[in-house]
Write a protein that binds this ligand. Sequence first.
Ligand code: 8YV
Length: 316
Amino acid sequence: MNTPARPEVLVVAPLMPFLMEALQREYVVHDRTHVNDPSAFAAIAPRIRGVVANGEAKVPLALMDQLPALEVISVFGVGYDGVDVPAAHERKVPVTNTPEVLNDDVADLAIGLLLSIARRIPQADRFVRDGQWPQGPFPLNRKVSGARLGLVGIGRIGQAIAKRARAFGMSIAYTARSPREGVDGTYHADPVALAAAVDFLVVITPGGAGTRGLIDARVLEALGPQGYLVNVARGSVVDEPALVEALQKGTIAGAALDVFAAEPQVPEALWAMPNVVLTPHMASGTRQTREAMAQLTFDNLRAHFAGKPLLTPVDA
Ligand code: 8YV
C-alpha cells in the first residue's frame, strides 16, 4: 500500500529546535532554502504547500509568487507584519499566528523594562560591579508606583500590561484607533496628547504600514524631559533616528527597548547611552511560552493538512 507523500514545507526563519524537530517528524522541511540555495529552491518551490515563519520573518508577494502549491502560512509569533496577508488571502492561503499564549511574558517584560529604566537596575548593577559604590551612593532615580502609564495599543497584551500596572497603583491611559469597550482607562485619539499626559509611554501595537513611525519627534517632544519610552512591539513603530536624537538631547528622560528597526542591528549611538536599557527582542523568550508558541504553530499546520478548522487564523 502506498503511504501518502509527506507535505513539503518551507521554513523562512530560524526556528526553535523543538519546533524544527516536530516539523521534521511530520513534513519534508526545507530550511530557508530560498536564501541558502536558490538553485535548489527553484526545483522544490512548486512542491511547497506550507510556509512556516516567525514574528520577524518576511513572506512577501514575490515569495508567494514562486510557490504555486502554497496552501497555508503558519507564523510562530503573534505579530505577522512581515507577511503580506492581503496577498495570501487573495490566493485563498490562510495565515495563522500564536495569540494569547505569549500575553503574560510580553506584559511581564514590559513591566520589567519599565522598572529597569525608571529604577536604573542595569546601571545600578554595573555600578556595583565596577567598584563605584565605595566612592559614593548611586544617584536617585524615578518612582514607578503611582505614576501615569500611557499605552500605545490596547489589545490583548496592552490589557495584560494595564492589569499589572494597576497593581503598582498606576493610572492608565491609552491610544488606539477607537476607544476600547470594557477598558478602564482614559482614551486619547492622538498619541501626542497621550504622551503629554503620562510619565511612561509603552508601545504595544502591531507593526506594519499602519503604525510605521507613529512614535515620532512630536510624540517624544510631548512625552518630555521627565518621560520614558518603552517599546515591546516592533521597531518600525518608532522613528528610530528621532528617538536617538531625543535621547541625546534630553528631550525625553530615557528609553527601554526590546525591538529595533533593523534587528539584530541596534544603532551604535544607543550602546553607550546611560539613559537606555536594551534587550534583544526577547519579550516572549521563556522556555514555557516558546514551547506553547511552537505547539500552536505546529497544531495550526497539522489542522490545515488534516482538513480541520485552523486554531488561530488571522482575520481576512
Ligand atoms: C517573535 C514576536 O515571534 O510574537 C511576536 O510577534 O515578535 C516574537 O514573539 C519571536 O521572537 C520569534 O521570532
